[in-house]
Design a protein around this ligand. Structure first.
Ligand code: SME
Length: 177
């Protein structure tokens, strides 16, 4: 750093250099706190989704594709791709189709150890081997999206991922502004 130079470090830049705990639950707890700080005072839903996808994708080595499929309000029973990190995702998924569609239709988190054994799984990228998809609700309890994380490793996700993803999504999207 040049002597006398003034540097302004934003919270997001500080996060990129943060050393995260090795334990998965501790790491989720730290990232959840950082996400809350970064998003404080920001009501825009696209900004919130993009930030969650980026911060989680950059915090966990087992994440390969990380992002949102949002409910298409015009159709009601169809998801359309939203903010994500990773290789090109499919554009649209009908409720009930694949893992994302199952999460949207059932409003329940889907934890899939082997995507190839899941009926109707949609292979956007053949490298995906396991995934977790959690429903996302607004402050009125309406389904607004699903959050999809795929891994190249089989059975990469467990109840720690489920618990923390559900908690982070509730913290970020089920609050009114
Ligand atoms: N795996 C998902 C499709 C979306 S992508 O993997 C990005 C599914 O079957 O729902």
């Amino acid at each position: 750093m040049r002597k006398g130079a003034r540097y302004i470090t934003t919270m997001a830049e500080a996060f990129n250099d943060l050393a995260l705990p090795a334990d998965k639950a501790d790491r989720y707890a730290t990232v959840a706190g950082e996400i809350a700080s970064v998003l404080e005072g920001e009501p825009n839903r696209v900004a919130r989704m993009a930030t969650v996808a980026s911060m989680l994708a950059n915090s966990f080595a087992h994440y390969f594709w990380t992002g949102f499929y949002v409910v298409d309000e015009a159709k009601g029973d169809e998801l359309v791709v939203g903010p994500y990190q990773g290789t090109l995702g499919c554009m649209r998924i009908a409720f009930g189709r694949g893992v994302c569609g199952a999460a949207a239709a059932s409003r329940q988190t889907q934890l899939v150890a082997d995507v190839h054994a899941f009926p109707g799984h949609i292979a956007c990228d053949s490298r995906s081997a396991s995934e977790i998809v959690a429903p996302v609700f607004d402050a009125d309890g309406r389904l607004i999206a699903v959050f999809d994380v795929d891994s190249e490793t089989p059975a990469a996700f467990d109840d720690v991922d489920r618990e923390w993803l559900e908690r982070i999504l509730a913290q970020v999207f089920s609050k009114s502004f």
